[in-house]
Write a protein that binds this ligand. Sequence first.
Ligand SMILES: [Fe+2]
Length: 466
Amino acid sequence: MAIDIDPGLSPYLQGNFAPVHDELDVADLEVTGRIPDALTGAYLRNGANQAFAPLGRYHLFDGDGMIHALYLDEGRARYRNRFVESTGLQVERRAGRALFGGLSEFVFPDQAVIDEAGIMKNTANTNVIRHAGRILALMEGAPPTELSRELETRGEWTFDGRLEGSMTAHPKWDPATGELLFFGYSPFAPFLRFHVADAAGVLTRSVEIDLPRAVMMHDFVATEHHVVFFDLPAIFDLDAMMSGGTSISWQPQHGARIGVLPRDGAGDDVTWFEMDPFFVFHFLNGWDDGDTVVVDGCRAPRMPTAFGDEVLTDPTPPTLHRWTIDLAAGTVTETQLDDRFGDFPRINPHRSGLTNRYGYIATGLNGSDSPEFTGVVKYDLETGATDVHQYGAQVEAGEAVFAPDPDGTAEDDGWLLNLVFDRVTATSELRIVDARDMEGDPVARVHLPRRVPFGFHGNWMPDQGY
Ligand SMILES: [Fe+2]
């Protein structure tokens, strides 16, 4: 039962990008193999799932947030999915139609809609994390949205009103202090703010950082002593967007910069390094080595997506690179670590900001403008060795999330969780792969009661532990 494709419709509204509209809760799912008992907790994954027919041209990043959850408990599995019931979506539900435009085609909502839900919808569609006991759905253009573990939307969470502006969908957890480090970017000055929430979830620090212009900054890096911002020429232009132009465009004439800020520094303590233009959506990790900061990430020669009329005729998908930033010498060395396509990088969260031996990166990118993957590469960054798990010839996968084995001691003691789609049977599964046995069969295939559309990011939230 393959899925039909409609050539007149956005590719991001059909096939396994097509949204699902029903909200299910199904327990005791069929499992092939055995879910490890140690995996007791919830795997939540977010993605764009447009509720109403879009008003204008649809971009993949525009859709309403929907969380797909797998609750695992001593070998049993339950599935549940819910829309993030954003204020904007609630207004649209009352109207029975879409009221907001998107990144590729802005639509000015009526004033009453703006008064209630803002000029753009906070879709909360990109990632879902847990910090200090709070589950937060994240979208980089807005504050977080708090959910219950059962995925009921509690509303926007602004850290008791302390958070000014937006919050990245890629905050960094510090395993030593329990802090959450993050940033927000804005089309209005200040274009960049850095924030720290302590282990109790209290926003304790906000620092404004000068940038010459507003840029789309999707991810950043936090080490034990530094945070690193990549100021790349994906220029965010709200005026152009509101007058019918392109919201985000690639402007390589502005070059690129890497900025390193001591974690306790002021906004003007950033050391900037000028670079030739390049683009990164996601970083694997970063760490300090004396006066040097080492950063690994998935580098593309340019922004590998288009928000306007531009057609990308020469796809240039990202590959794993390393930046070695020598603060004493004032130099940056850039090294390509692999020539395979790769993105959606993950590590053992206990190594976040510290040296990590292993990285897990989705591979098999099908074209440059689409997060469709067929496998995951395990990198041993000490030896340079790689192991690949391929999900199957007719199977497409998403981000592989590393869930540590609570009884393990080695960095790669754990499992990779991934929601995969079989395009021949049009069914979805949770695949659980032992990270110590990448080329082996999955230890468990959890058969889902419905097709789960491709999505973005998620996290493993164990009942015990971090
Ligand atoms: Fe992302």
